[in-house]
Ligand binder design. Structure first.
Ligand code: SF4
Ligand code: SF4
Length: 354
């Protein structure tokens, strides 16, 4: 049984319109933070800034775009300059923000991003934003694309400030930081009851049994399996249908590649250096001056992307760079599905071993 003293009870439903506890929590956050939360946009779950609690809707399935946009924006200014006066100033746009409604896989993804942006020469822009960010998690139920269960990212014990577990009459709340604890202490919630903990455990059992997508090998074997997959026919097969749209990169919470460009004013003296999202499935990603493209074909680009998730970055950081959110599979118009592709690679590996 879970340790009851870690949980407090927040009354109300998962929709900020009706849930008294959620309204109280969001109102508290709004006093101190710019708040981004999950809302229904064009009928789909999405993150957006919220100005009042009633806009918040805690969904059990993942948002289309992840929350990485609030820590690593699609476009940001890094530097302003004026060469006439030999001036340049670094720009860091960072303010106190809270992200509400993060699922366990999203919290794991942010932990991976924290490693990436602190690695080597630490990135002041990301780290400043991260320092100013409060993370509020919420639990979820898998759809047919979620496979976090296969990657060990289905639950989360730290890396968040506050976590909300849905039960019938409200939420059981956990905290994992001093700041999160201060906020929850201010709400004066009562302790959880044993019956509520039982309800939570039952919900978790249902969740565990609800996964449809799964990988056929344990996570620790995936780098080795991918290392031998270079000549797999799967790359040409999926490369032949991939449109090279880059959606899989855009929606992925752990894709962090970017390009740096100068936006020069018409006076040709002043300008801004900006960082914009890039994606390894885009044709120009590995193209260099002179026109040579190190990954000319879509097959090569997809092979690279999958290897980044399950092998290359594991060599550097010791962790897989896929958290099993399924966003890339959901977003792909030609239905290239990351669990199916990986299972095909696993099957080929098993055949070689037999
Ligand atoms: S690779 Fe796909 S499933 Fe894995 S974290 Fe990225 S979007 Fe999610
Ligand atoms: S979303 Fe699908 S079609 Fe688009 S680049 Fe990724 S794999 Fe190719």
């Amino acid at each position: 049984m879970k340790n009851i003293e870690f949980f407090r009870f927040l009354p109300g439903g998962a929709n900020g319109k009706t849930a008294s506890g959620l309204i109280k929590l969001v109102n508290t956050l709004l006093k101190e933070y710019r708040v981004y939360g999950t809302v229904k946009k064009d009928g789909f779950p999405a993150y957006a800034e919220i100005a009042e609690a009633k806009e918040l809707d805690l969904f059990s399935t993942p948002t289309h775009l992840s929350a990485k946009q609030f820590l690593f924006p699609p476009k940001e200014t890094l530097l302003r300059y004026d060469i006439r006066h030999h001036l340049h100033e670094a720009v860091i746009e960072s303010e106190k923000q809270a992200i509400v409604g993060l699922h366990p896989c999203d919290i794991h993804a942010i932990a991976l991003m924290d490693e990436v942006w602190a690695y080597g020469r630490p990135d002041a822009n990301y780290l400043s934003r991260r320092e100013n960010t409060l993370l509020v998690g919420a639990d979820c139920m898998p759809d047919e694309y979620c496979f976090c269960q296969s990657l060990g990212t289905m639950t989360v014990d730290d890396g968040f400030d506050i976590f909300l577990h849905k039960i019938k009459k409200g939420f059981l709340v956990r905290t994992a930081s001093k700041k999160g604890e201060e906020i929850i202490a201010g709400l004066r919630l009562r302790e959880a009851k044993p019956s509520e903990i039982k309800e939570l455990e039952e919900r978790e059992r249902i969740r565990e049994a609800s996964f449809k997508a799964r990988l056929d090998a344990p996570p620790k074997e995936l780098p080795g399996i991918y290392a031998k997959s270079n000549d797999s026919p799967v790359w040409d097969r999926i490369g032949s249908i991939c449109t090279g749209c880059g959606s899989c990169n855009t929606v992925c919470p752990t894709c962090y590649c970017f390009d740096i460009k100068d936006e020069v004013k018409p006076n040709l003296s002043e300008g801004e250096r900006v960082r914009v999202w890039d994606g390894c499935t885009l044709e120009d990603f590995a193209k260099v001056a002179g026109g040579h493209n190190f990954r000319k074909t879509r097959s090569e680009r997809l092979r690279h992307r999958f290897n980044r998730k399950f092998r290359y970055l594991t060599d550097r950081f010791g962790m897989l760079f896929c958290v099993g959110c399924g966003r890339c599979s959901r977003a792909c118009l030609v239905k290239i599905n990351i669990t199916e592709v990986t299972n095909e690679i696993i099957r080929e590996s098993n055949k070689r071993r037999a």
